[in-house]
Design a protein around this ligand. Structure first.
Ligand code: NDP
Ligand code: MG
Length: 403
């Protein structure tokens, strides 16, 4: 006993050294996940290799001064030019555009954390895989739009895709040490968002401000709206299919208002494992960084008596058709998940600009299933073209909606 305890301590120490100094690239560093990831990285003593964001010059400048990466990218060219001036006293290369983003993804590092929002993250993910980097993936739209090519490329390169999304991290944790064949079902939990229990009629006139009020999580605006429409759970179903190679028919969704049980796996013998914790994204972010080890994390410990009881309900598939729209998209396969994702991304932006109603988001996403799309050949250009065309189409349709 004593010997094995001592051995564990030595192993842990070795692991600690392994994490301390681990090089991390953060794409989407100024966002909700990105800023928490940098907090985690600092706590673990990681080295930040590269940072990337869209246009938040002020925050990325602060991050550069604090974490001293050798490369920083702002997608927006003007913002990148501004950043170059602001950090000219520091030895950091500043790039812009998709080329810059892909260069950051491929730059020398031990792990690329992709937390940009939207399918814009697809090409950098592929660039990181191409460079042979393991990926901690928060950017679910990457897998929704391009799961087939991402998973194939990762397999070919021997690269690990480690989930950051809390539900998928939970499943990933429950699967450790389990034989693949023994998995019967994945059960994704969903908070139900701010509109749990509401009817479609009640939701027609919901405002962006109301939809942005999530009961349990503080996140970027796109995913917060996705949670309100339950599109987030539909996207997560597709994400789970790709990450865990499970037939979507064997992926269930259950409403769990408290967001303490992050997801579950049912095995062949009807035994069910779950992962629990306070609703704090730092836990799954850190696990993706330290996997397969565990370290102290700067989050509250779970005290179940704080909650007293945990509740579970069946989802309302009639009001929140988004879940079945995504299920249908992945069942048809090919370019349809990319199309639904594109329609949803465009519709969420339109809703946030007050140009369409809340329920129009679900309607527009659903209409993407009716498009006549070509067979998918496995070429990324087809996904990019579908994305572009469906966004354009969604904006055009939105202009005809009477408000
Ligand atoms: P935020 O909106 O808070 O942050 C998005 C980040 O992406 C920002 O850093 C933004 O930069 C950057 N970004 C946007 N467009 C580009 C671009 N074209 N090039 C480079 N960077 C870009 O989003 P979240 O952090 O909430 O979410 C990020 C991803 O993680 C999403 O896919 C989401 O679904 C997923 N996720 C998030 C969770 C959460 O708790 N927030 C939980 C689970 C998954 P800038 O600030 O300059 O605009
Ligand atoms: Mg999630």
């Amino acid at each position: 006993m004593v010997v094995s305890h001592q051995k564990n301590m030595i192993d842990n120490k070795k692991m600690n050294i392994g994490i301390n100094g681990k090089r991390l690239t953060v794409l989407g560093s100024t966002g909700s996940i990105g800023t928490q990831a940098l907090e985690v990285a600092e706590n673990l003593g990681c080295v930040v290799a590269a940072l990337a964001a869209h246009s938040n010059v002020g925050l990325i400048e602060q991050q550069i001064r604090r974490f001293k990466p050798s490369l920083a990218v702002l997608f927006n060219e003007e913002a990148a030019a501004d950043l170059r001036l602001r950090v000219k006293d520091i030895n950091v290369k500043v790039l812009s555009g998709m080329e810059g983003l892909c260069e950051a993804a491929a730059a020398d590092t031990d792990l690329v954390l992709n937390s940009v929002v939207g399918m814009i993250g697809l090409q950098p993910t592929l660039a990181a895989i191409e460079a042979g980097h393991n990926i901690a993936l928060a950017n679910k739209e990457t897998l929704v739009a391009g799961g087939a090519i991402v998973m194939k490329a990762a397999e070919q390169q021997g690269v690990k895709i480690i989930p950051v999304d809390s539900e998928h991290s939970a499943i990933f944790q429950c699967l450790q040490g389990q034989p693949d064949k023994a998995v019967k079902k994945l059960i994704l939990t969903a908070s139900g968002g701010p509109f749990f229990g509401k009817t479609a009629v009640e939701l027609e006139n919901v405002t962006p401000r109301e939809a942005l009020r999530h009961p349990n999580w503080s996140m970027g605006s796109k995913i917060t709206i996705d949670s309100a429409t339950m599109m987030n759970k539909g996207l997560e179903l597709i994400e789970a299919k790709w990450l865990f190679n499970v037939n979507p028919r064997n992926i269930d969704i259950v409403i769990h208002r408290e967001s303490v049980v992050h997801s579950l796996v049912e095995f062949q013998d009807n035994s069910v494992l779950a992962q629990l914790g306070v609703p704090d994204m730092k836990i799954p972010i850190q696990y993706a960084v330290t996997y397969p080890s565990r370290f102290d994390c700067n989050v509250k410990q779970l005290d179940l008596t704080d909650w007293g009881k945990l509740t579970f309900y069946k989802p309302d598939y009639e009001t929140f058709r988004s879940m079945d729209i995504c299920r249908k998209a992945i069942e048809i396969g090919g370019l349809y998940p990319a199309a639904v994702n594109a329609a949803n991304e465009a519709a969420v932006s339109l809703f946030l600009e007050n140009r369409i109603g809340f329920m129009d988001i679900i309607r527009l996403a659903g209409e993407a299933l009716e498009l006549d799309l070509p067979e998918f050949s496995g070429d990324i250009r087809q996904i990019l073209e579908t994305d572009r065309a469906v966004r354009e189409n969604t904006v055009a349709k939105a202009q005809q909606i009477k408000r």
